[in-house]
Design a protein around this ligand. Sequence first.
Ligand code: SF4
Length: 321
Amino acid sequence: MQKEEFSKICRELSSGGSHALSRAILPAVKEHLASHNKKKLPVIWLETNDSGDNNIAFMNTAYPYLDRVFTEMLDLLYSNTFMAAQGRDALSILEQVSETYKGKFTLVVEGAIPKKDNGRYNIIARTETRCITALEAVTRLGGPAEYVVAIGTCAGFGGPTAARPNLTGSVGVRDVLDREVINVSGCPVNPDWFVGTLAHLLMYGRPDLDKLGRPTLFYGFTVHRHCQRRSYFDNKDFAKELGEIECMFLLGCMGPRTGADCPYRQWINHVSWPVKANTPCIGCTNEDFPDGSSPFFTPMAEKSKGQEGGKNASNQGGEQA
Ligand code: SF4
């Protein structure tokens, strides 16, 4: 499959095509690996400070399901969430695979990295003599990785883990590594965004990224651009209460400054998304989420008041439309 066709399939969901990205791309991945005599994408996955929502979202990849992603696309070498090994065995696997696959593995980080007090607020392993922090592990593994992918908004930009008052001094992966990080943000991530990004890495290398380091395949347009309630917005016909069918801009919808394809990708096996379920977009893919989105259900103009301590609220990367 040519790159252009792959990109079209990723975006074609908007035109009423198949709602199953994995079904559309996994056969192409399989064929690509066979015809190029390549192996599956070697992945080392570290879960750091987050709620675990992103691996749960990933497990909800549908049609086909997770088993096919593992058998046909990913070689999950280490994951402190998914693997059976624990303690010393797990640490020994991490040391072995990071050496064996040096320069070839993709490092997936799920969660923010606490920096305060030398990173002591997230310990990923202990040896007889010391603790290995997430800060140390990500810093050490980030260098020799071929690609670094931050899954979820905590890993990308700090997210809820770094929200005020951020007692652990948490930051996104990009703030502890001196290299490019591909940010697949979302709270949680849509499984298609993550599976599609890894498939792109495997077949074509680095995808085009927006200014926040997110693949434009999935984040290139604002939620607002394709929202089913856009005609209400254009006619200045706004809902006054949740549950009304008009545009929810005055109820705090963040769609106009949030890059993501939720209106046509949708969630939960591609059947619904927040606005369709009568609740405003809260901007969970944004660099300043959640501080820049709070208080939720408050008009954007009022949210921005008193945000001096928050992260940059104007630079969200998606096309503003
Ligand atoms: S403001 Fe929100 S509800 Fe209104 S059209 Fe934009 S995305 Fe849809």
